[in-house]
Design a protein around this ligand. Structure first.
Ligand code: AKB
Length: 316
């Protein structure tokens, strides 16, 4: 990796991945491309920033040519709950965007990181110790795009030799940028409201256990996978990846240790509950551990402590 493009740079992952990449590879070497969201000042001031609609292949080509890009972290996509509201738009952005990235990478010799998700699984998948290679028949547009995306990335690797790599991210928890329209968003919102109001009303039911990860681990995973020795990778698109697994009441229990009196209430959103009920409770991420040394650093207790400390500091 030498000259890097990050699409979806203003999103939840992008806004933390870009600074990490700039720190490691040099600010001038990492181009941040956002679209609809207003970029944070730092993203624009600390290195090259551009606006990009990933469905516009000519605009994408120009950026890759102008900046001599050799690696693309393609993060631009609609999340699960939003995609369910706009399935046609989700297909266009999530699939056309990915195909454009792969086509340009084929033409210009770029490596590609594609984030898949626990959303790539469906109701027929084993929900506990979900194997790396298993049934993938999701019943959401987001999941359909993720499975198709995994296959398309593998196809571009075997057919054209494009160095595609990806992970199946669980729900991601972060303090920099809020997620936009996912099923696991409650695990971020609970901290913001918990600190301000000492209570949170959760849209997923008690007992809804899902895989989760703290953003510093998620960012490190993306970079470590792209730096891994290609020869060691038997799987490519995409590796199961997890760090912790919990239900809303377990997260609330941890939060109560730092915010005494915090209370959790429930008001179930049937759409997001149905999506969550079709996703793994706990994935087996042994392949990632064996093939490129994946090791999470944050468990539920460590993540909760760090989230609360950082959010409290930023609100002072
Ligand atoms: C979502 O909830 O849509 C995402 C995901 C798990 O892929 N956070």
């Amino acid at each position: 990796m030498n000259r890097i493009l990050v699409t979806g740079a203003t999103g939840q992952i992008g806004s933390e991945l870009v600074p990490a990449l700039r720190k490691k590879y040099g600010s001038d070497h990492v181009v941040a491309a956002g679209h609809k969201r207003t970029p944070p000042k730092t993203l624009v001031e600390e290195g090259p920033y551009t606006s990009l609609d990933v469905t516009d292949i000519d605009a994408l080509t120009t950026i890759v040519q102008d900046f001599h890009i050799d690696t693309i972290f393609h993060l631009a996509a609609l999340l699960s709950a939003v995609a369910e509201k706009n399935p046609q738009i989700a297909w266009k952005i999530n699939m056309e965007g990915l195909q454009n990235v792969l086509e340009v990478s084929r033409a210009y010799g770029c490596a590609v990181f594609f984030p898949s998700s626990i959303g790539a699984f469906g109701p027929g998948t084993p929900r506990d110790h979900t194997p790396q290679d298993t049934i993938q028949r999701p019943n959401t547009m987001y999941g359909v795009c993720k499975v198709a995306g995994e296959l398309l990335c593998d196809y571009y690797f075997t057919r054209f030799g494009v160095d595609t790599r990806g992970v199946r991210y669980p729900g991601l928890i972060s303090y920099e940028t809020l997620p936009g329209g996912g099923t696991t968003d409650y695990a971020v919102e609970i901290f913001y409201q918990g600190i301000q109001q000492k209570q949170y009303t959760c849209f997923l039911a008690e007992g809804t256990t899902l895989d989760m990860m703290y953003m510093p681990d998620a960012v490190r995973a993306a970079i470590e996978l792209m730096e891994a020795d290609s020869q060691q990778l038997k799987h490519r698109n995409a590796f199961n990846l997890t760090a912790m697994s919990f239900a809303p009441e377990e997260l609330a229990g941890q939060i109560q240790k730092h915010i005494p009196g915090f209370t959790l209430h429930y008001q179930i959103d049937p759409v997001r509950q149905a999506i969550a009920d079709s996703w793994p409770r706990h994935m087996d991420d042994q392949a990632a551990r064996e093939e490129w040394g994946w090791q999470p650093q944050y468990d539920l207790a460590a993540m909760t402590k760090d989230m609360i400390e950082r959010l409290q500091k930023s609100q002072v």
